[in-house]
Design a protein around this ligand. Structure first.
Ligand SMILES: NC(=O)c1ccc[n+]([C@@H]2O[C@H](COP(=O)([O-])OP(=O)(O)OC[C@H]3O[C@@H](n4cnc5c(N)ncnc54)[C@H](OP(=O)(O)O)[C@@H]3O)[C@@H](O)[C@H]2O)c1
Length: 327
């Protein structure tokens, strides 16, 4: 089978697509034949050796896939060969086959294609956990989403609307904001000039946003601490800007606001039932037509460099996938 391999840290151009032996499932494992694998921002860091979790070399990047159960090992009795599934194996996704554990697998609705399945779980469960459990977002509250056109950002805009918030979508270019408008945010902010705080205040009667969803960090985080409402919740999602900011405790005091960490991986481990419940609810929303996941950039497996460069060049709009097999 063919697999994308990282054999030395560096830019996407260092990766190779090679023939490797077929996989065999062990105890309580299955092999998924991958139709589509999605890419996420951390994949671009991992191949450069810059992520907080680094697998041993050589490794196949890619944390989530959509495909079909190809073979099951002893004890793996949750799904059967031929089932159409989405899975978050964590690593190894950018290949024609990947090993999965039962807890990372979900059957997909008949009307969901593999591309959509590959890009569904990670972004929606992150944003839903953030808005539901961590921020306790209430209908009518204002929700400011930074990096709103990216993978997790776009899902936060969409879920914010579903949850009844007044959503302010913020991004660095008008082109990205035009793209986000298909999810009907109530207002938009272009922070491409580096200015966020005054624009948020102007849109919130000078009070600031009730909930701020921040996958960017850096200067935008610093400004967010200054344009958050009384009782506001600032959700720490990630640091795509490249700078982990410092939180000024005096601002929390003055505004009665909280900085709230969000970590999907740990949530899955610590509260598996709540995670499962969230995913069930998200799949129900999808079935009811309330969610409309968008994969805008989909590449054949040979074009893995192009796919990775979307993230390294700050070009993400919705989800990015690599196709390993056509439906
Ligand atoms: N906490 C968790 O459990 C969890 C789960 C999943 C993902 N994440 C994190 O969420 C973040 C976003 O992931 P993603 O896959 O959604 O990424 P993405 O699709 O690439 O979106 C990232 C957004 O960040 C903004 N950005 C600002 N400065 C950037 C820079 N220097 N380079 C690239 N993007 C920049 C971009 O929007 P503008 O150009 O409009 O600013 C972009 O839309 C990552 O840090 C990831 O690790 C966290």
């Amino acid at each position: 089978m063919k697999s994308v391999l990282c054999k030395s840290y560096g830019p996407p151009e260092n990766l190779v697509l090679e023939e490797v032996p077929d996989l065999t499932p062990g105890e309580n494992e299955a092999v998924v034949e991958v139709y589509a694998a999605s890419l996420n921002f951390p994949d671009g860091l991992q191949i450069q050796g810059k992520y907080q979790f680094q697998p041993p070399m050589p490794f196949t990047p890619g944390s989530e896939v959509g495909g079909v159960i190809k073979e099951v090992g002893p004890g793996f009795d949750h799904y059967k060969v031929g089932d159409r599934v989405m899975a978050i194996p964590g690593i190894g996704g950018l290949a024609e086959q990947v090993i999965v554990k039962p807890e990372s697998v979900r059957r997909i609705p008949d009307n969901m294609d593999f591309k959509t399945a590959a890009g569904f779980a990670m972004v929606y469960t992150t944003s839903y956990h953030a808005l539901k459990q961590r921020a306790n977002l209430q209908p009518g509250e204002s929700l400011l989403v930074l990096g709103a056109s990216g993978g997790v950002g776009l899902s936060a805009v969409e879920l914010g609307k579903v949850m009844g918030a007044r959503v302010i979508a913020a991004a660095s270019t008008d082109e990205k904001l035009d793209f986000v408008r298909q999810y009907h945010p109530d207002a938009t902010i272009n922070y491409g000039d580096g200015e966020l705080k005054e624009k948020v205040k102007a849109l919130t009667n000078d009070r600031g946003a009730d909930v701020i969803y921040d996958p960017v960090g850096g200067d935008l985080f610093d400004q967010s601490c200054r344009c958050i409402n009384w009782n506001g919740r600032l959700l720490v999602i990630g640091f795509t800007s490249g700078r982990i900011p410092e939180y000024k405790a005096n601002l929390a005091l003055l505004k009665g606001s909280s900085m709230v960490g969000v970590f999907l991986g740990r949530f899955r481990k610590e509260e598996p039932e709540a995670y499962e419940q969230n995913l069930n609810e998200l799949l129900e929303m999808y079935a009811a037509g309330k969610l409309n996941p968008i994969v805008t950039q989909s590449f054949p497996k040979e074009e893995y460099v192009k796919a990775f460069n979307i993230f390294t060049q700050r070009q993400a709009k919705g989800k990015v996938t690599l196709e390993f097999k056509s439906e």
